[in-house]
Design a protein around this ligand. Sequence first.
Ligand code: FE2
Ligand code: FE2
Length: 163
Amino acid sequence: MYTNRVCQKLHDEHMATLVLLERLEHLVANNNPPATADAGTRALLVDLAVAFESEVWRHFDFEEEHLFEYFSQSGDTEMAQHLITEHQQIKSVAEPIIAMARAAAKSGFQPAVWNEFRRLSRQLVEQLTAHVHKEEGVLVPLLQDSMENETEEQLYGVYVMGG
Ligand SMILES: [Fe+2]
Ligand SMILES: [Fe+2]
């Protein structure tokens, strides 16, 4: 879909994030805590924690370190700061969710914890979905249009090949 491989990688990760958020939304649709004796539920809780800690935070760091500067270069200095602020807000909502998910995968949800998990999860789904759509709308097209081939190769190397 994108000729720039960094853009394609970002796009693929955004889509994977939306799929993860749909699974989370489905999990918290219920008033009652899920049966964590169920292997599928436990797997989802662990997947959620691992995906954020090993993929989503890495994606955020990469954007902040290497990609948001393209907004400043194109004269839009506020957008970079706006997206960084959203990253911070999303992290502060996701961190307690990750901790609760890990604990519940071992010993289930107490009703009060489940209510808090649902409340924060709905907030996370809303904020992170909007963030992804915003980046798909403005960041990815900007990079596709303005990133030099040489930079693409170097950043793809850093991000995907690990150097
Ligand atoms: Fe982002
Ligand atoms: Fe992103």
